[in-house]
Design a protein around this ligand. Structure first.
Ligand SMILES: Nc1ncnc2c1ncn2[C@@H]1O[C@H](COP(=O)(O)OP(=O)(O)OP(=O)(O)O)[C@@H](O)[C@H]1O
Ligand SMILES: N[C@@H](CCO)C(=O)O
Length: 319
């Protein structure tokens, strides 16, 4: 579940009076997601998502995220903008947390994407990268390459409590990625940086929403596709690679930006970097979330297994 902050019906009704959105009819906590508290809110006029921002989203970053959502929505991309109140403000405070009322988009996120769905989703990512060409916002990637070693060191030897050998394996993978990563070689732009299947809403093979931009940052453009490739082209445990899905992602994205020879050559390193990034954030959460918490912990080892697909020479203690 992801409802960390409870919002009372009274507080929500009062909150909604700031907007021209009608009166509160119902509100339900949304179980999906791990980062923020989300409610599905129905009013007499429409349906909305109410998001209260929790630990990982810094309030100072919200103006960047809201400007990005607005920019993408204004270009007719299926991205939900925040709803402004009567004074034009989109960022609020509710129950002591930063909060935004977001337009609801139809669709469901797929758990086992087909190649056709992967093609459509990567096509949408390519369209997003085109659409940010004239977006002026910049945000350093707080989960980018420079953050991985400090996070690895903060996890420390406790990694071996998750699986014996994880400290050595992840350390070796990190060294190899850092040696090979060439920041200067590729185009940069604002990337989504977390476009997992659960952050794409679909109806059939059509993308109806790209959501959860709260890791969006300025970074290597093709790294966004590498993150997506590592998230979409495997079963959730990371055991089986699904080449048809991987190929469809590259084909869908190439409709906007065909991969250059240098990008093709670096793709496995960028995808290994994505695996290190998600193995580390998952490991940190694993070590710092009590086993009986209501939030489902995501398995870091599912990303160690993916790592071995992209870098088969790595040691295999934890895959
Ligand atoms: N604009 C929207 N329209 C429709 N549904 C939405 C919208 N935004 C969020 N949702 C629903 O809420 C769920 C949780 O949202 P979201 O992924 O943003 O949460 P999160 O806690 O940031 O999650 P994550 O763990 O992926 O970082 C989504 O899976 C989706 O079902
Ligand atoms: N998409 C991330 C969680 C949100 O950052 C993961 O699956 O590890």
């Amino acid at each position: 579940m992801a409802v960390y902050t409870q919002v009372s019906a009274e507080a929500l009704s009062r909150f909604l009076t700031r907007f021209d959105v009608g009166a509160l009819v119902s509100a339900k906590g949304i179980a999906e997601g791990v980062e923020n508290s989300n409610y599905l809110v129905d009013t007499s006029e429409a349906r909305f998502i109410l998001t209260l921002y929790e630990k990982r989203v810094a309030a100072d970053d919200l103006p960047f995220f809201m400007a990005l959502l607005d920019h993408l929505a204004s270009k007719d991309l299926a991205v939900p903008p925040a709803v402004p109140d009567r004074d034009g403000r989109t960022i609020h405070e509710l129950e002591g947390r930063p909060a935004c009322l977001i337009r609801f988009l139809p669709g469901v996120s797929v758990t086992q994407p087909t190649p056709a769905q992967a093609f459509a989703a990567a096509d949408a990512m390519g369209a997003m990268h085109r659409a940010v060409a004239d977006f002026e916002g910049l945000r350093p990637n707080s989960m980018g390459l420079d953050s991985w070693r400090p996070l690895f060191e903060r996890c420390g030897r406790a990694l071996d409590e998750i699986a014996p050998g994880l400290h050595a394996d992840l350390g070796e993978a990190l060294d190899r990625v850092c040696e090979r990563w060439d920041d200067a070689a590729f185009d940069r732009c604002v990337i989504h940086a977390d476009l997992f299947p659960d952050n794409v809403l679909m109806l059939g093979d059509t993308v109806t929403g790209l959501i959860d931009f709260y890791f969006a940052a300025t970074d290597i453009r093709i790294y966004d596709l590498a993150i997506m490739h590592s998230a979409w082209s495997f079963d959730p445990q990371g055991r089986n690679f699904r080449p048809a899905v991987g190929d469809a992602l590259i084909a869908g994205y190439s409709q906007h930006y065909p991969l250059s020879a240098a990008e093709k050559a670096a793709f496995a390193t960028l995808a290994s970097g994505a695996c290190v990034r998600f193995a580390l954030s998952r490991a940190w959460d694993w070590l710092n979330t009590p086993a009986d918490a209501l939030v489902t912990r995501k398995d870091p080892l599912a990303y160690m297994r993916r790592l071995h697909h992209y870098d088969p020479e790595l040691a295999t203690r934890t895959a």
